[in-house]
Design a protein around this ligand. Structure first.
Ligand SMILES: Nc1ncnc2c1ncn2[C@@H]1O[C@H](COP(=O)(O)OP(=O)(O)OP(=O)(O)O)[C@@H](O)[C@H]1O
Ligand SMILES: [Mg+2]
Length: 361
């Protein structure tokens, strides 16, 4: 009898994919801590895609942190539900013939945000605030869909050639519900982790707001708001102190913008922005005002000699960089980079290579 019951209740057979048959693997693009990622051509569709194959052992170890009755959705199940320009588009997910989980995504031909933080190149100088607003909007959407990302950091953000920010890596995502908010699961990237997460307290969307604020701080300053640390205990030691002030690195930053970002770094989640929507609204307001101020300056400068500007990029608020501040010449303030970027300062970051600060998973 029980044999018959089992026969009829057998789970449906899952078709497994032989990755090297289905895809032409063009080259490895990333070695994450939990996966391998390839740039590939899908032989079914002919499309260029990114194929992410998750490490089986590490996945099992991570998933065993959650009681099975919680039914934590897999990275693929979560990722395919997203429809937003700020989140990488996932086309499909499945299981390989080696029993690994895999995801097929749009291939984002672009630069990692970590690279932009490190180099502070022209793209970063001219797009910094726009990228920050886009990333905030992507996280806002993500939260409204009912998830916590848990690993917001420059390593998990790409910027495509059109300057569009793409949040990637949904490997640590959990639903923003009571059972998943329960204390204990200390996964993420150490230097971006909110104090309540490190202290094993209850966590919600506000841990992403904190990580986002650390990321934005770094985008402006090339530094972390607390000294970098190798272990969670060491991070905890640091985080007992208040963060460094963004004005210490970028004295010319618009004061309101500085305040908006610093409020994201409040150590007590009750003092932080409570929702990403609130923070996005505040950021959009600042950006709008800076644009208007830049336009007004442009009109003023243009009045006596009505000559057309050489290019329409010239006086944008973002292009000036908040550090340059309104009304400054192209060389910015003393002690700052030529476009008002962060003050040049020897980096205190560890020489841990492009992968950046340590992870805890
Ligand atoms: N859709 C994509 N298009 C282009 N490159 C991608 C894409 N997805 C991931 N990558 C590259 O692969 C790297 C690793 O991807 P991802 O962060 O998703 O893996 P992970 O193993 O979860 O990473 P980690 O645990 O180190 O954060 C990324 O940093 C990025 O360079
Ligand atoms: Mg990653």
């Amino acid at each position: 009898m029980s044999f018959l019951k089992n026969l009829f209740h057998k789970p449906p057979a899952v078709e497994k994919t032989e990755i090297t048959k289905r895809f032409d693997l063009i080259g490895r693009v990333g070695q994450g801590s939990m996966s391998k990622v390839w740039r590939a051509r899908d032989t079914f569709t002919g499309n260029e895609v990114a194929v992410k194959v998750l490490d089986k052992v590490k996945m099992l170890r991570f998933e065993s942190r959650f009681p099975p009755e919680l039914k934590k959705p897999s990275e693929g199940e979560v990722a395919v539900t997203f429809k937003h320009p700020g989140l990488v588009h996932t086309l499909e997910y499945g299981t390989t013939t080696e029993d690994e989980q895999f995801l097929v995504m749009e291939f984002v031909e672009g630069l990692g945000l970590s690279y932009l933080v490190d180099t502070q190149n022209e793209m970063m100088q001219s797009g910094r605030l726009r990228f920050i607003v886009q990333l905030a909007e992507a996280i806002d959407y993500f939260h409204k869909e009912g998830w916590i990302h848990r690993d917001i950091c420059p390593r998990n953000v790409l910027v495509d050639p059109d300057g569009v920010v793409k949040l990637i890596d949904f490997g640590l995502v959990v639903p923003n519900t009571r059972p998943f908010q329960a204390p204990g699961n200390r996964t993420g990237s150490a230097n971006y982790m909110a104090p309540e997460l490190i202290k094993r307290q209850r966590t919600d969307q506000r841990i992403d707001i904190f990580s986002f604020a650390v990321t934005a701080f770094e985008m402006f300053t090339r530094e972390l708001p607390w000294d970098t640390a190798e272990t969670l205990d060491a991070v905890l030691q640091h985080i007992n102190q208040p963060p460094k002030l963004i004005t210490e690195f970028v004295p010319g930053i618009d004061p309101e913008l500085g305040d908006v970002l610093m409020k994201g770094l409040e150590r007590d989640p009750r003092d932080r922005w409570q929702s990403m929507s609130e923070m996005v609204e505040a950021l959009r307001d600042v950006r709008k005002r800076l644009h208007q101020q830049a336009k007004a300056r442009q009109r003023k400068v243009a009045k006596p000699r009505p000559v057309a500007p050489a290019n329409d990029e010239a006086p944008r608020a973002d292009a000036q960089g908040p550090a340059g501040g309104p009304g400054q010449g192209p060389s910015g303030r003393p002690g700052q980079g030529p476009s008002g970027g962060p003050r040049k300062k020897p980096s205190k970051k560890p020489s841990s290579g492009p992968e950046g600060p340590p992870k805890s998973r």
